[in-house]
Design a protein around this ligand. Sequence first.
Ligand code: BTN
Length: 320
Amino acid sequence: MNEEVPAAILRLLDLLLKARGRPVDLLRLRGEADTKDFEAAMRQLVAGGCHLERDPATVRLVRSGLGLWKQYLEHVLCDGPWRRIEIYPTTTSTQALIKARPTEALLVLADEQTAGHGRLGRRWVCPAGTGVLLSLTHQLDLNQPFTIDRLSFLAAVAVAEAIERIIGTTELIQIRWPNDLMVNGAKLAGILVEIIQPVGTAVIGVGINVDLDHPHLIQLPPSLRDQVCSFRLCGWPADRLHVASEIILSIDQHLQAEDVEPAITQWRRRNLLNQEMVSLRSEGQTITGTVIDLDPDEGLIVRRQSGEIVHLHASTTSLL
Ligand code: BTN
Protein backbone atom coordinates (compact mmCIF):
# COMPACT_ATOMS: atom_id res chain seq x y z
CA MET A 1 0.00 0.00 0.00
CA ASN A 2 1.97 3.02 -1.23
CA GLU A 3 -0.62 5.76 -1.54
CA GLU A 4 -1.05 8.28 1.27
CA VAL A 5 -2.91 6.67 4.17
CA PRO A 6 -5.47 8.98 5.83
CA ALA A 7 -4.72 9.91 9.44
CA ALA A 8 -8.01 8.32 10.57
CA ILE A 9 -6.81 4.88 9.47
CA LEU A 10 -3.51 5.30 11.29
CA ARG A 11 -5.45 6.38 14.40
CA LEU A 12 -7.58 3.25 14.17
CA LEU A 13 -4.51 1.12 13.77
CA ASP A 14 -2.90 2.84 16.76
CA LEU A 15 -5.92 2.11 18.97
CA LEU A 16 -6.00 -1.51 17.90
CA LEU A 17 -2.25 -1.96 18.40
CA LYS A 18 -2.39 -0.49 21.89
CA ALA A 19 -5.19 -2.89 22.84
CA ARG A 20 -2.53 -5.64 22.57
CA GLY A 21 -4.71 -8.31 21.00
CA ARG A 22 -7.76 -7.57 23.13
CA PRO A 23 -11.14 -6.84 21.48
CA VAL A 24 -11.95 -3.11 21.22
CA ASP A 25 -15.50 -1.85 21.49
CA LEU A 26 -16.76 -0.88 18.02
CA LEU A 27 -18.64 2.17 19.26
CA ARG A 28 -15.52 3.49 20.93
CA LEU A 29 -13.48 2.82 17.81
CA ARG A 30 -16.03 4.60 15.61
CA GLY A 31 -16.02 7.58 17.97
CA GLU A 32 -12.26 7.88 18.15
CA ALA A 33 -11.59 7.19 14.46
CA ASP A 34 -13.26 10.47 13.52
CA THR A 35 -14.07 9.42 9.95
CA LYS A 36 -17.33 9.67 8.00
CA ASP A 37 -16.89 6.27 6.42
CA PHE A 38 -15.80 3.95 9.21
CA GLU A 39 -16.39 0.79 7.17
CA ALA A 40 -14.17 2.11 4.34
CA ALA A 41 -11.44 2.78 6.92
CA MET A 42 -11.75 -0.78 8.22
CA ARG A 43 -11.50 -2.09 4.65
CA GLN A 44 -8.30 -0.08 4.19
CA LEU A 45 -6.78 -1.72 7.24
CA VAL A 46 -7.52 -5.10 5.70
CA ALA A 47 -6.17 -3.93 2.31
CA GLY A 48 -2.95 -2.96 4.13
CA GLY A 49 -2.60 -6.58 5.28
CA CYS A 50 -4.13 -6.30 8.75
CA HIS A 51 -5.83 -9.41 10.04
CA LEU A 52 -8.93 -8.37 12.03
CA GLU A 53 -11.47 -10.43 13.95
CA ARG A 54 -14.92 -8.85 14.23
CA ASP A 55 -18.12 -9.62 16.01
CA PRO A 56 -21.18 -7.35 16.20
CA ALA A 57 -19.78 -5.35 19.14
CA THR A 58 -15.99 -5.54 18.95
CA VAL A 59 -12.99 -5.73 16.67
CA ARG A 60 -9.62 -7.28 17.46
CA LEU A 61 -6.32 -6.87 15.66
CA VAL A 62 -4.83 -10.31 15.21
CA ARG A 63 -1.83 -9.05 13.22
CA SER A 64 -0.82 -5.76 11.63
CA GLY A 65 -0.19 -5.66 7.88
CA LEU A 66 3.27 -4.92 6.51
CA GLY A 67 1.56 -2.66 3.96
CA LEU A 68 0.84 -0.11 6.70
CA TRP A 69 4.08 -0.28 8.65
CA LYS A 70 5.86 2.54 6.82
CA GLN A 71 3.01 5.04 7.13
CA TYR A 72 2.31 4.11 10.73
CA LEU A 73 5.96 4.55 11.71
CA GLU A 74 6.21 7.86 9.85
CA HIS A 75 3.14 8.96 11.81
CA VAL A 76 4.32 7.96 15.31
CA LEU A 77 7.99 8.89 14.83
CA CYS A 78 7.36 12.31 13.29
CA ASP A 79 8.80 14.22 16.28
CA GLY A 80 12.10 12.30 16.28
CA PRO A 81 15.11 12.54 13.98
CA TRP A 82 14.18 12.16 10.31
CA ARG A 83 15.14 8.88 8.62
CA ARG A 84 13.92 7.37 5.37
CA ILE A 85 11.83 4.35 6.35
CA GLU A 86 12.08 1.18 4.28
CA ILE A 87 10.18 -2.06 4.93
CA TYR A 88 11.21 -5.33 3.26
CA PRO A 89 9.26 -8.60 3.17
CA THR A 90 12.69 -10.23 2.91
CA THR A 91 16.28 -8.99 2.78
CA THR A 92 19.75 -10.29 3.59
CA SER A 93 20.22 -8.17 6.71
CA THR A 94 18.79 -4.78 7.66
CA GLN A 95 22.18 -3.96 9.14
CA ALA A 96 24.09 -4.82 5.94
CA LEU A 97 21.59 -2.87 3.89
CA ILE A 98 22.24 0.31 5.87
CA LYS A 99 26.01 -0.17 5.89
CA ALA A 100 25.93 -0.36 2.08
CA ARG A 101 24.46 3.18 2.02
CA PRO A 102 26.59 4.86 4.66
CA THR A 103 25.61 8.48 4.06
CA GLU A 104 21.83 8.04 4.27
CA ALA A 105 19.62 8.51 7.32
CA LEU A 106 17.67 5.24 7.35
CA LEU A 107 15.32 3.09 9.39
CA VAL A 108 15.01 -0.37 7.83
CA LEU A 109 12.69 -3.16 8.96
CA ALA A 110 12.28 -6.64 7.52
CA ASP A 111 9.81 -9.46 7.91
CA GLU A 112 12.60 -11.93 7.19
CA GLN A 113 16.42 -11.86 6.94
CA THR A 114 18.42 -14.44 5.04
CA ALA A 115 21.77 -13.37 6.51
CA GLY A 116 20.91 -11.81 9.87
CA HIS A 117 23.95 -11.52 12.11
CA GLY A 118 25.05 -10.42 15.53
CA ARG A 119 28.35 -9.37 17.05
CA LEU A 120 31.62 -10.99 16.05
CA GLY A 121 30.03 -12.55 12.95
CA ARG A 122 27.53 -14.73 14.84
CA ARG A 123 24.30 -15.64 13.03
CA TRP A 124 20.96 -14.21 14.09
CA VAL A 125 18.20 -16.57 13.08
CA CYS A 126 14.53 -15.63 13.30
CA PRO A 127 11.74 -17.42 11.41
CA ALA A 128 9.97 -15.19 8.83
CA GLY A 129 7.16 -13.10 10.26
CA THR A 130 7.98 -13.75 13.92
CA GLY A 131 10.38 -11.01 14.92
CA VAL A 132 11.10 -7.33 15.01
CA LEU A 133 14.17 -7.02 12.81
CA LEU A 134 15.31 -3.45 12.45
CA SER A 135 18.35 -1.26 11.97
CA LEU A 136 18.54 2.49 12.23
CA THR A 137 21.16 5.17 11.77
CA HIS A 138 22.23 7.61 14.43
CA GLN A 139 24.31 10.59 13.39
CA LEU A 140 27.16 10.93 15.87
CA ASP A 141 27.99 14.29 17.32
CA LEU A 142 31.75 14.16 16.93
CA ASN A 143 32.21 16.44 19.97
CA GLN A 144 30.48 13.88 22.21
CA PRO A 145 32.03 10.68 23.57
CA PHE A 146 29.85 8.29 21.56
CA THR A 147 31.72 5.02 21.74
CA ILE A 148 30.27 1.63 20.79
CA ASP A 149 30.24 0.87 24.53
CA ARG A 150 28.09 3.90 25.27
CA LEU A 151 25.72 3.28 22.37
CA SER A 152 25.41 -0.42 23.25
CA PHE A 153 24.42 0.09 26.86
CA LEU A 154 22.07 2.99 26.04
CA ALA A 155 20.37 0.87 23.37
CA ALA A 156 20.10 -2.11 25.74
CA VAL A 157 18.49 0.01 28.47
CA ALA A 158 16.22 1.69 25.90
CA VAL A 159 14.98 -1.62 24.49
CA ALA A 160 14.49 -3.13 27.97
CA GLU A 161 12.42 -0.14 29.09
CA ALA A 162 10.34 -0.14 25.89
CA ILE A 163 9.52 -3.83 26.28
CA GLU A 164 8.44 -3.27 29.87
CA ARG A 165 6.30 -0.28 28.89
CA ILE A 166 4.49 -2.50 26.39
CA ILE A 167 3.86 -5.34 28.81
CA GLY A 168 3.17 -3.02 31.75
CA THR A 169 5.82 -4.13 34.22
CA THR A 170 9.17 -2.91 35.56
CA GLU A 171 12.65 -4.34 35.94
CA LEU A 172 11.84 -7.75 34.57
CA ILE A 173 14.16 -7.59 31.58
CA GLN A 174 17.79 -8.20 32.41
CA ILE A 175 20.83 -7.26 30.36
CA ARG A 176 23.57 -9.80 29.73
CA TRP A 177 26.45 -7.52 28.78
CA PRO A 178 26.91 -6.29 26.20
CA ASN A 179 23.88 -6.83 24.06
CA ASP A 180 21.51 -9.59 25.15
CA LEU A 181 18.13 -8.88 26.69
CA MET A 182 17.08 -11.75 28.89
CA VAL A 183 13.98 -13.01 30.68
CA ASN A 184 14.47 -15.71 33.31
CA GLY A 185 17.76 -16.75 31.73
CA ALA A 186 16.44 -16.96 28.14
CA LYS A 187 17.26 -14.52 25.33
CA LEU A 188 14.42 -12.28 24.17
CA ALA A 189 16.38 -9.79 22.07
CA GLY A 190 19.83 -8.90 20.80
CA ILE A 191 21.44 -5.61 19.83
CA LEU A 192 24.24 -4.92 17.40
CA VAL A 193 25.96 -1.52 17.33
CA GLU A 194 28.43 -0.62 14.61
CA ILE A 195 30.05 2.68 13.67
CA ILE A 196 30.62 3.55 10.02
CA GLN A 197 33.87 5.48 9.64
CA PRO A 198 34.80 8.00 8.38
CA VAL A 199 31.15 9.00 7.96
CA GLY A 200 30.57 9.14 11.73
CA THR A 201 27.26 7.31 11.67
CA ALA A 202 26.26 4.61 14.11
CA VAL A 203 24.07 1.75 12.94
CA ILE A 204 21.98 0.18 15.69
CA GLY A 205 20.43 -3.18 14.88
CA VAL A 206 17.79 -4.80 17.07
CA GLY A 207 16.33 -8.29 16.79
CA ILE A 208 13.43 -9.22 19.08
CA ASN A 209 11.57 -12.50 19.25
CA VAL A 210 7.89 -11.63 19.29
CA ASP A 211 5.78 -14.40 17.72
CA LEU A 212 8.30 -17.21 18.03
CA ASP A 213 6.26 -20.18 19.26
CA HIS A 214 6.65 -23.82 20.34
CA PRO A 215 6.66 -25.23 16.77
CA HIS A 216 9.64 -22.94 15.99
CA LEU A 217 11.47 -24.01 19.15
CA ILE A 218 11.19 -27.67 18.19
CA GLN A 219 13.25 -26.94 15.10
CA LEU A 220 16.15 -25.69 17.21
CA PRO A 221 18.85 -28.00 18.60
CA PRO A 222 17.62 -29.27 22.02
CA SER A 223 20.47 -27.50 23.82
CA LEU A 224 19.22 -24.14 22.54
CA ARG A 225 15.50 -24.55 23.21
CA ASP A 226 15.50 -23.22 26.76
CA GLN A 227 17.93 -20.44 25.89
CA VAL A 228 15.52 -18.40 23.76
CA CYS A 229 12.17 -16.85 24.55
CA SER A 230 9.70 -14.53 22.89
CA PHE A 231 6.78 -12.26 23.75
CA ARG A 232 4.44 -15.08 22.76
CA LEU A 233 6.26 -17.76 24.75
CA CYS A 234 6.24 -15.44 27.78
CA GLY A 235 2.47 -14.94 27.38
CA TRP A 236 2.74 -11.24 26.50
CA PRO A 237 0.45 -10.38 23.60
CA ALA A 238 1.98 -7.67 21.39
CA ASP A 239 2.05 -6.82 17.72
CA ARG A 240 5.45 -6.49 16.06
CA LEU A 241 4.60 -3.01 14.76
CA HIS A 242 3.77 -1.80 18.26
CA VAL A 243 6.98 -3.32 19.62
CA ALA A 244 9.04 -1.72 16.83
CA SER A 245 7.58 1.75 17.29
CA GLU A 246 8.05 1.75 21.08
CA ILE A 247 11.62 0.56 20.72
CA ILE A 248 12.59 3.21 18.20
CA LEU A 249 11.01 5.96 20.31
CA SER A 250 12.87 4.72 23.38
CA ILE A 251 16.25 4.43 21.60
CA ASP A 252 15.94 7.98 20.24
CA GLN A 253 14.97 9.29 23.65
CA HIS A 254 18.01 7.68 25.30
CA LEU A 255 20.40 8.80 22.56
CA GLN A 256 19.25 12.39 22.96
CA ALA A 257 19.46 12.48 26.78
CA GLU A 258 22.19 14.77 28.06
CA ASP A 259 22.72 12.95 31.34
CA VAL A 260 23.83 9.33 31.06
CA GLU A 261 23.56 8.61 34.83
CA PRO A 262 19.87 7.55 34.90
CA ALA A 263 20.62 4.99 32.18
CA ILE A 264 23.69 3.71 34.06
CA THR A 265 21.52 3.26 37.15
CA GLN A 266 19.00 1.31 35.07
CA TRP A 267 21.75 -0.79 33.54
CA ARG A 268 23.15 -1.66 37.00
CA ARG A 269 19.70 -2.81 38.19
CA ARG A 270 19.35 -5.05 35.16
CA ASN A 271 22.92 -6.34 34.99
CA LEU A 272 22.62 -10.13 34.89
CA LEU A 273 26.35 -10.53 35.48
CA ASN A 274 26.54 -8.35 38.60
CA GLN A 275 29.27 -9.74 40.92
CA GLU A 276 29.34 -12.93 38.83
CA MET A 277 32.58 -14.77 38.15
CA VAL A 278 32.88 -14.85 34.35
CA SER A 279 35.33 -15.86 31.64
CA LEU A 280 35.61 -13.59 28.65
CA ARG A 281 37.60 -13.59 25.44
CA SER A 282 39.04 -10.23 24.50
CA GLU A 283 41.59 -9.52 21.78
CA GLY A 284 43.06 -13.02 21.84
CA GLN A 285 43.18 -13.24 25.63
CA THR A 286 40.99 -15.16 28.07
CA ILE A 287 40.11 -13.13 31.13
CA THR A 288 38.50 -14.56 34.24
CA GLY A 289 37.20 -12.37 37.01
CA THR A 290 34.27 -10.81 38.83
CA VAL A 291 32.01 -8.29 37.10
CA ILE A 292 32.11 -5.08 39.10
CA ASP A 293 30.41 -2.37 37.06
CA LEU A 294 30.18 -0.61 33.71
CA ASP A 295 31.97 2.47 32.46
CA PRO A 296 29.89 4.17 29.74
CA ASP A 297 32.86 4.49 27.39
CA GLU A 298 35.46 2.05 28.70
CA GLY A 299 33.14 -0.97 28.87
CA LEU A 300 32.65 -3.73 31.43
CA ILE A 301 34.72 -3.41 34.61
CA VAL A 302 36.09 -6.74 35.80
CA ARG A 303 38.30 -7.58 38.80
CA ARG A 304 40.68 -10.37 37.86
CA GLN A 305 41.58 -13.08 40.36
CA SER A 306 44.93 -11.27 40.82
CA GLY A 307 43.03 -8.15 41.97
CA GLU A 308 43.82 -6.23 38.78
CA ILE A 309 40.90 -4.16 37.43
CA VAL A 310 40.37 -4.35 33.66
CA HIS A 311 37.95 -2.64 31.27
CA LEU A 312 36.58 -4.71 28.42
CA HIS A 313 35.13 -3.17 25.28
CA ALA A 314 31.81 -4.38 23.86
CA SER A 315 33.10 -4.48 20.29
CA THR A 316 35.98 -6.85 20.97
CA THR A 317 34.86 -9.02 23.90
CA SER A 318 32.64 -12.05 24.14
CA LEU A 319 31.49 -14.10 27.11
CA LEU A 320 32.76 -17.67 27.16
C1 BTN B 1 23.32 -10.35 18.91
O1 BTN B 1 22.55 -10.96 19.65
O2 BTN B 1 24.51 -10.64 18.78
C2 BTN B 1 22.78 -9.17 18.13
C3 BTN B 1 21.72 -9.56 17.18
C4 BTN B 1 21.25 -8.41 16.34
C5 BTN B 1 20.29 -8.87 15.27
C6 BTN B 1 19.68 -7.73 14.52
S1 BTN B 1 18.29 -8.25 13.59
C7 BTN B 1 18.26 -6.74 12.75
C8 BTN B 1 19.69 -6.39 12.44
N1 BTN B 1 20.13 -7.06 11.24
C9 BTN B 1 21.11 -7.92 11.46
O3 BTN B 1 21.66 -8.63 10.59
N2 BTN B 1 21.41 -7.95 12.76
C10 BTN B 1 20.59 -7.03 13.52
